[in-house]
Design a protein around this ligand. Sequence first.
Ligand SMILES: *Cc1c(COP(=O)(O)O)cnc(C)c1O
Length: 374
Amino acid sequence: MPPEVVEAMSKAALSSVNMVELQAAASRIIADNTGAEAGYVTAGAASGLTLGAAAIMAGLDPGNMDRLPDTTGMKNGFIIAREHRNGYDHSIRLSGAKLVEVGMDEVGAGAGARQVEAWEYEAAITDDTAGIAYVATPTSQPPLPRVVEIAHAHGLPVLVDAAAELPPISNLKHFIDQGADLVAFSGGKAIRGPQSTGILCGRRDLIASVALQHLDMDEHFDIWEPPADFIPKDKLVGIPRHGIGRGFKVSREEIVGLLTALKLFANSRSGPSMEELRGYLEYVVDGLSGLAVEPTVKVPDGEGFPTLHLRLDTDTLGRSAFEISGVLKQGSPGIFVNEGSLRNDTLVINPMNLDQARTEALTERFRAALSSSD
Ligand SMILES: *Cc1c(COP(=O)(O)O)cnc(C)c1O
């Protein structure tokens, strides 16, 4: 976290605040930075997905809120493309929602040419459909605007998992611009906020439902005065009991830390520039010359992080990429590479958390691991 974030968190720890007012203030700041109507600080993007699905199913009905994760009497189906499915969709299921898969993963299976198509979403809509879940990456298909068009034609909201889609900074607004009804981001990834935080932004009525299912609800209706731009008391028949989000509590320190980090991130002031990060990776490349490894720095289009790909000559090394990654984790400091390409004998390094000292330590450990023959 940037030092400003740590400082803001320590100050918040020494103060007291009304939590609904703090989340209402957070909503205005998140709205400013995302272009959404409203926003909420969640306990990570994963809890944002649970709360978002819960809000879509329960709306502003406290009876529904109290019943979740039992969805009796509610529409509970979320259509999701098979090729979008991943371990984080457990968070959507946690709300009581049922995922309804569409499409095949023929490209992943190496048994076809087409990815999921927009008509397949439309064909899956039934009376039980609550919404559509969409996982955003630079290569996600079908394009989000096509999915939004179909969803909105049927009065259905679209919940977008964009947890790791920052940078580019412009993505703070991009998915909302494309019509998403709720978008979840991680606060503890590139935003550099507290590790346990996230952002959920989108429609005002859905964010109000999120707040009602997340905040402490020990209140008496007659004397309860939540900020009117945040929770529309006049649309509620009563106050729900503690909701499905009660176990995803977010502290005032975390909220203030996340908001401070968000402002720095949105103004490109939250950490090393892309050029500096690339410089660190090139330092590692120089340090590995003469070893049985072919290093490549890859720079994505747009504003994404550069990455270092180390293709190992495993015959010369006499060890697999799996073994070398295992060795790197054990030593001091432990080195944790992206292990998604180990099967291709490749270690991938994301420089997000590097500085000069860490880059030197990393280079030393790579040299040692790639030189020793044991
Ligand atoms: C990281 C990630 C999450 C979870 O985010 P947290 O902020 O750690 O809860 C969810 N979905 C995707 C695609 C992610 O990459």
